[in-house]
Design a protein around this ligand. Structure first.
Ligand SMILES: [Zn+2]
Length: 412
C-alpha cells in the first residue's frame, strides 16, 4: 500500500531562509567557508534543529555534525545528509538543502511512523567545496571514510596561508583527533542535492535519481617566458607565454565542445605573473578541470589535452609543465538504491527521471564505505555556485518526500 509522506512546506521554507543567515552575502548569497564563525554558527543551528526533532546529536572530530534516530535493531546505519559549507559566494541551496532535507525527513519519519527498525542518521558534512582550502578534496566525507593523510592538517593551507590544523583549533577542534571521525558502521548513504544544471528544467521534471558520478581530473599548467617591456621589446624577439597559454586554453575547450555531452573541460582559474598591463608576462598558470562519466573516455580526453599542451608548447618554444592536483575515477550509484528511490517517487506520485551527475559530491566519497545514491532537485535556470542559485520550495518538498519515502522503505 502506498504510504504518503507529508512534509511541512512552511518548515522547509523557514529552514532554508534561517540557515542562509549564517554567512549571508548580499540578498540571496552565502559565504560559509569551513571553520569560520559563520560555519560554526550554521553547524550549531543544525544541531539545535535536530535536538528539537528528538534526535541524538554530536559533532565528530573533524567538525561534521551528526544526528541519530536510533532503531530497534542493532546493525549499521542508514545515513542521509550533505555539506554545510558554501562557495564564496554561493547560493543558499547547494549542500544546505541536503542537510535540511535529511533533517526534515528524519523528523517527519519519527513523527509519522515512530521508531524505525534500522538506525537512521543525518550528517552535515563540514567541508565539500574547497572554497577556503584549495586542496581539501571533500575534507568532511574523507574524514568519515578514513582517507585523510596524517600530514595533511599541518600542510594544507588556505588562500591566506593558514593551515587547516590552525583553522580547526580556532573553532575548538583538535586536528590530532581526525582519525576518530572514521566510521565503519554505515551501510547506506543517500544525499539530496540541487541539480546545479539545466537538465531537469528542460525536461519539466522536479526530481531525478542519480545513477552515477563523473570521473574528474584537475591540472595546474604553467607556461613560462620572460618579462620585458611591452613597448620597447619587438614582437619577434619576445618570449611571451601568453600566446601559447591562450592557444592551449582555447584548444582544450574547443576539443570538449567538439566531443559534446557529457564530456566537459573548464579553464576556471588563470594567473598571470606579474599581471601588469605594460609588462610582457613571465609566467601564465591556469587550471584545467576535465570530467567524464566513462573512465576510458576520461582517460582519452585527458591524454588528448596533454598532447595539445605539448604540441602548442613546442610550436612556440615555451617551457611548459603541469601537475595533476585532483583525480577521481567515475563511480556508480547502487542500482538497488536507484530502483528503490525511483519506486519511492512513483509511490509519492512525484514525476522523476534518472540521470548521471555532472558535479562531484560527498556521495562519491561515501561510496568507499557504503552503498550510495542521490536525489537531485530541479535548479531554476540550471544556476548554481552563484547567489542566483534557486530551487522552489515545491520542488524541495517533492525531493524531501522522495528521500523520506526511500528512507522509510529501508529503515521501517
Ligand atoms: Zn554541493
Amino acid at each position: 500500500m502506498a504510504v504518503q509522506v507529508a512534509i511541512d512546506h512552511e518548515l522547509v521554507e523557514r529552514m532554508i531562509h534561517d540557515l542562509a543567515r549564517y554567512g549571508a552575502w548580499g540578498e540571496t548569497g552565502v559565504v560559509r567557508k569551513v571553520y569560520t564563525p559563520e560555519w560554526a554558527g550554521a553547524q550549531q543551528q543544525v544541531m539545535r534543529w535536530a535536538e528539537e526533532a528528538g534526535l541524538h546529536t554530536w559533532q565528530d572530530a573533524v567538525g561534521n555534525v551528526w544526528a541519530r534516530l536510533q532503531g530497534r535493531e542493532d546493525g549499521p546505519s542508514i545515513v542521509t545528509g550533505s555539506h554545510i559549507d558554501s562557495q564564496a559566494p554561493g547560493g543558499r541551496f547547494d549542500g544546505a538543502l541536503g542537510v535540511i532535507a535529511g533533517l526534515v525527513a528524519l523528523r517527519t519519519l519519527r513523527e509519522q511512523f515512530g521508531t524505525p527498525r534500522r538506525t537512521l542518521e543525518l550528517v552535515s558534512f563540514c567541508e565539500e567545496e574547497s572554497s577556503r582550502f584549495p586542496a581539501t578534496n571533500f575534507w568532511g566525507s574523507r574524514a568519515v571514510t578514513g582517507l585523510i593523510g596524517p600530514e595533511e592538517p599541518e600542510t594544507l593551507r588556505d588562500y591566506d596561508g593558514v593551515t587547516i590544523a590552525d583553522a580547526m583549533r580556532a573553532v575548538g577542534l583538535d586536528p590530532g583527533r581526525i582519525p576518530q571521525a572514521a566510521r565503519d558502521d554505515i551501510e547506506v548513504f543517500i544525499e539530496l542535492h540541487v541539480e546545479q544544471g539545466p537538465i531537469l528544467e528542460q525536461q519539466g521534471l522536479p526530481i531525478a535519481v542519480v545513477t552515477g558520478f563523473p570521473g574528474i581530473r584537475h591540472y595546474l599548467v604553467e607556461v613560462r617566458g620572460r618579462a620585458d617591456h611591452a613597448g620597447a621589446m619587438p614582437m619577434d624577439l619576445r618570449q611571451d607565454p601568453m600566446l601559447a597559454a591562450a592557444e592551449m586554453i582555447s584548444a582544450v575547450i574547443a576539443r570538449a565542445r567538439e566531443i559534446g555531452r557529457p564530456a566537459v573541460t573548464t579553464v576556471g582559474r588563470v594567473l598571470v605573473q606579474p599581471n601588469f598591463p605594460a609588462i610582457i608576462p613571465e609566467k601564465v598558470s591556469f587550471t584545467i578541470d576535465v570530467r567524464h562519466p566513462d573512465s576510458a573516455r576520461l582517460a582519452d580526453l585527458c591524454a588528448a589535452h596533454e598532447q595539445t599542451l605539448r604540441t602548442i608548447a613546442s610550436r612556440h618554444g615555451r617551457a611548459t609543465s603541469w601537475q595533476i592536483t585532483t583525480s577521481h575515477p567515475p563511480c556508480s550509484s547502487d542500482p538497488e538504491l536507484v530502483r528503490l528511490l525511483v519506486e519511492a517517487a512513483a509511490e509519492q506520485g512525484i514525476p522523476a527521471t534518472t540521470m548521471p551527475s555532472g558535479a562531484v559530491h560527498d556521495a562519491q566519497r561515501m561510496a568507499h564505505i557504503a552503498r550510495v545514491a542521490m536525489v537531485f532537485v530541479r535548479s531554476v535556470g540550471g544556476r548554481s555556485h552563484t547567489p542566483a542559485e534557486f530551487t522552489t520550495t515545491d520542488d524541495a518538498v517533492a525531493g524531501i518526500r522522495v528521500l523520506a519515502a526511500g528512507l522509510r522503505r529501508l529503515a521501517y
